[in-house]
Ligand binder design. Structure first.
Ligand code: R5P
Length: 315
């Protein structure tokens, strides 16, 4: 089988990121028409010959999440039926990842259902970035490369911030925070967060010393901004000098922008895993690209080289 040729297709969710990854890989994006029938159904037509090729499809499953997923399923099906040699779904933001367990009676495990649907579509492997819960990897019975934005954020922060402390806004983020603290060779702290409802949280205590330090709050997702803003308030109260944040996926839903604008945060760094329209931009929000990280991951998968060695200091 001719797997010599790498082909990269872009779903409609994040064309800019796909274009930049193609540039990094010194290739052109492959051609597909993704349109809608008049009743709203998604229509996909692959224009290039993919027979036997090593095909990657980039799709962030951010809002409109359901449409973006459906488009991904249909594109994978089209590629499979066109005899692609291997199909890898590159999903920088994995929508539904927060529904990863049955935490109340009579609720679904939607992240598992998504894994089943991707598998049923015919995908051969998956690449994703900073999954909300690591155990989602086990929802797939096929290879999944889980990569981390820590590399790109740390490169940015290491010269910019003196005397840092890494802060997790909740106990669940402690492992992620410890990876950052290890890389920056500094201490970490954890905020004891309680969720009141979907949009609101309260920060009860700060475990760890943040006094006179530049705190960097790290997290996988910022949605309504409640967790971040409450954590920023709590650590300021404990004497932190300045508060920054490095959060991989800028979902920025509901009141997020107003909350960030009125918050104690100096700057919030997010990645371009989710594209930000003009009305979601703010002077406190800086976007760092993961194009090279994803491009290098794709290059290594194509050449059957190690991906984990990119993150050797991470665990
Ligand atoms: C929660 O466990 C996640 O890691 C994020 O902290 C959470 O999803 C952020 O949501 P929000 O911005 O709405 O507080």
């Amino acid at each position: 089988m001719d797997r010599q040729k790498l082909m990269l297709f872009a779903g409609s969710s994040n064309p800019e990121l796909a274009k930049n990854i193609a540039k990094f890989l010194k290739t052109e994006l492959s051609s597909a028409d993704i349109t809608e029938f008049s009743d709203g159904e998604t229509r996909v037509k692959i224009n290039d010959d993919v027979r036997g090729k090593d095909v990657f499809i980039l799709q962030s499953t951010c809002a409109p999440t359901n449409n973006n997923y459906m488009e991904l399923f249909i594109t994978i099906d089209a590629l499979k039926r066109a005899s692609a040699g291997r199909i890898t779904a590159v999903i920088p933001y994995f929508g539904y990842a927060r529904q990863d367990r049955k935490d109340q009676p009579r609720v679904p495990i939607s992240a598992k259902l998504i894994a089943n649907l991707l598998t049923a579509s015919g995908v051969d492997r998956v690449v994703t970035l900073d999954l909300h819960a690591h155990q989602i990897q086990g929802f797939f019975d096929l290879p999944l490369d889980h990569i981390y934005a820590v590399n790109v954020f740390i490169d940015y922060f290491k010269d910019k911030i003196k005397n840092p402390v890494i802060v997790s806004p909740d106990a669940g983020g402690a492992k992620m925070a410890s990876g950052y603290a290890k890389r920056l060779n500094c201490d970490m702290a954890i905020v004891d967060k309680r969720r009141i409802d979907d949009r609101n949280t309260e920060a009860l205590h700060v475990l760890g010393d943040v006094e006179d330090k530049d705190a960097i709050i790290v997290d996988d997702i910022i949605a309504t901004g409640g967790s971040l803003v409450k954590a920023a308030e709590a650590i300021k109260k404990q004497g932190a000098k300045r508060v920054f944040a490095a959060i991989t996926h800028g979902v920025l839903s509901g009141p997020a922008l107003e909350r960030i604008a009125d918050s104690q945060l100096e700057e919030l760094y997010i990645t371009d895993s989710i594209p930000q329209p003009n009305d979601k931009q703010h002077s406190k929000i800086k976007v760092i690209s993961v194009d090279q990280l994803l491009g290098e991951t794709i290059r290594r998968i194509h050449n059957a080289e190690s991906v984990s060695s990119l993150f050797r200091d991470n665990n």
